[in-house]
Design a protein around this ligand. Sequence first.
Ligand code: PMP
Length: 437
Amino acid sequence: TGSKPDISREKSAELYEKAKNYFPGGVNSPVRAFKSVYGTPLFIQKGDGCFVWDADGNQFIDFCGSWGPLILGHNNAKVREKVTEVMQSGMSFGAPTALENELAELIIKNNKFVEKIRFTSSGTEAVMSAIRLARGYTGKDKIIKFEGCYHGHTDSLLVKAGSGLVTFGETSSAGVPKSFAQETIVIPLNDTEAIKAAFEQFKGEVAAVIIEGIPANNGLLMQDPEYIKSLEQICKENNALLIFDEVITGFRIGFEGAAAYYGVKPDIVTYGKIIGGGLPVGMYGASAEIMGHISPDGGVYQAGTLSGNPVAMAAGIAQLTELLRSGFYKELNNKATEFAESIQRFATARNYKLKVFHVGSIFWMAFTDKDKIQSAEDIDPASMEKFKLMHRELLNRGIYLGPSGYEVGFVSAAHTKIELEKAKRAIFDSLDVVFRN
Ligand code: PMP
């Protein structure tokens, strides 16, 4: 086995040149620009099942799945049919529709973590609103977040840790006022001392602790279950709310997400991605009591022109209905586990420095020999060079992974055994290339 010749990217490159005239970096979301991998971005033309095709006609088995929403795969017939049907009656009214009730019922009746919810149009909005709700509810301002968790691009969460165990956040984006970042305390994951110290130092000031149900935006950082449970306790002791950001893990790890996985009861939960079936939907929810603080019932303002719009609701209804079928998650998770474990077995047998971390149908290939990676600082940035090589080899073998080594991959219900076998073979061959160079 050796390096494969590069696929043709002529049409994609042409489209990218054009796009650069229209969009900063030629894209509408930065990671799409392929800055941390080889070549120019692939412009995707079509998706079906577990496959995508680019503008040059190259076909790939896709493990990005639009970054998580497509748990049933691309262009799922049930989702497409429901959306098409609903669209015949108009796209948006900015008025209540029965479809919102239908999706809300699917969620609330099958999920013990939320009694009332509010739909938004993105995960970012859901999290932004959840934070405002926590502040409004507790009457406190400060938020604790973790280095290595991403919660969308709302101002107060575009912060990174400074030096020291407990620090005010430093803005991680130009345009975020220092004074906003000062309301966010950033601490390392899986570190009991750090969270204790944070609550100690900012006694009576912390409105909420926000964490990704299972951190999956900076590698897959599996936390110790006792640690996650301890968050519930320390929040209670300090009258702070625990917010689980389940935009990725919600309906992915199981219908009740990471909260059920850990057996923890967060005070506010945010969802996105999967609940929209590939259309723009986010959501936050909590007990009826906490949600009673949202306008017009309460004083915390939050709104949206397209919130709960019928087309997006239709996609969510169709998708969640499929997920509720008995055995759905068991089958998907078993398939993904087998996939991840056989890559690990291959790497181990060859003494390759690779660890495949996985949970449910989420997997992450880390170029490391550490058995556990639980915080952002456990990741060696230099290891990303190996990811970059692997990414190119995989594209050249018809496998599409998100274009960054910090991103996780998703197995969908549409990945059949045959395609997963093909993908494994391609991954094995690519790893051979990566580790023999
Ligand atoms: N929270 C988490 C955990 C996410 O993974 C993301 C997006 N990757 C967001 C929030 C933001 O969602 P959106 O991109 O829909 O705004």
